[in-house]
Design a protein around this ligand. Structure first.
Ligand code: SF4
Length: 289
């Protein structure tokens, strides 16, 4: 058997001898986790060396963002997400249950961010990256540590989330942009391809808890003969969002090629119609392309 960890190590198991070999460059912590897991499964592991590899930086950019200006990104999730959206342009390596949380060392992140902010003047510092940032179990601690640095730099502290644990977003965040593309479970499963443990009802409950403080991002697309841009569905979505107390919506469509999915963009006409339907429900709507 050969497998590759999200951090890039290759794991080989020799079926005859039962020997397990971990090779390749990646983070030490990921290699250690693999060793621990193998031992838990009863595989004998002999560690010859866990070669030190350079740690993948947590901070990246700044990158130009249509919505946020120059945005300095923080890659909190590092390759895990609760969904595998048809339109995802990054192709998250691992889809996980919402219960599979991770932690980040706030001090290491703050040090990296301090250095990065010494070299640039971003408009926003954005918690996003490859995957879902609200899976970070110590998000509150992380935000508490970095918020003063971001404030001193005169930037906004923003999180981009698929809403999995959006109710846990700390008050120190300046903006929460949370996704909800569908008002129907079947459509949600087709377009966003969530982990079996995640349901649309869970996302709706999460959003309800913070509805007045979030901007909801709705991405409209087609996947084969399925779309979330049909007028009936949009009316349902508009009713759901306004019923939750959401005030602001950002509409967009597919703008980069999906890494693994088949999603296609909807046209200008589809976006304009969607804006009308959502506005009729009293929502403030902006369109980004
Ligand atoms: S929620 Fe975001 S990161 Fe996760 S699969 Fe969808 S587009 Fe990719």
């Amino acid at each position: 058997m050969v497998a590759v960890s999200p951090a890039g190590q290759q794991v080989e198991v020799d079926r005859d001898s039962g020997e397990l070999r971990i090779t390749g460059r990646g983070e030490d912590s990921a290699a250690r986790t693999l060793v621990k897991l193998a031992r838990k499964l009863g595989v004998e592991v002999e560690v010859e060396s866990l070669e030190s590899a350079p740690r993948r930086p947590l901070v990246y950019g700044p990158v130009p963002s249509r919505r946020l200006g120059q945005s300095l990104g923080i890659d909190l999730p590092r390759g895990v997400c609760t969904q595998d959206c048809e339109y995802c342009s990054v192709g998250v390596p691992r889809r996980v249950s919402p219960e599979e949380r991770f932690e980040i060392d706030p001090t290491t992140l703050a040090e990296e961010l301090r250095t990065a902010l010494g070299d640039c003047r971003p408009d926003a510092v954005t918690l996003a990256g490859v995957g879902e940032p609200t899976l970070c179990a110590n998000l509150e601690e992380v935000v508490e540590e970095i918020a003063p640095l971001v404030e001193r730099a005169g930037a906004e502290l923003v999180i981009l989330t698929n809403s999995t644990w959006v109710s846990e977003c700390p008050a120190e965040l300046d903006r929460i942009i949370a996704s909800l593309d569908c008002a129907r479970e079947d459509l949600y499963r087709r377009i966003n391809r969530p982990h079996p443990d995640l349901s649309l009802d869970h996302l709706v409950e999460q959003l309800e808890a913070v509805s007045e403080d979030v901007t909801v991002e709705v991405l409209l697309c087609r996947v084969g003969d399925v779309t979330n841009a049909g007028p009936d569905h949009l009316r349902e979505l508009a009713g759901l969002l306004s019923g939750l107390g959401v005030r602001e919506v950002q509409l967009n469509t597919v703008s980069r090629p999906p890494a693994r999915g088949r999603a296609e963009a909807v046209g200008e006409g589809g976006l304009a119609r969607a804006r009308r339907i959502l506005r009729d429900e009293g929502l403030r709507v902006e369109v980004y392309r």
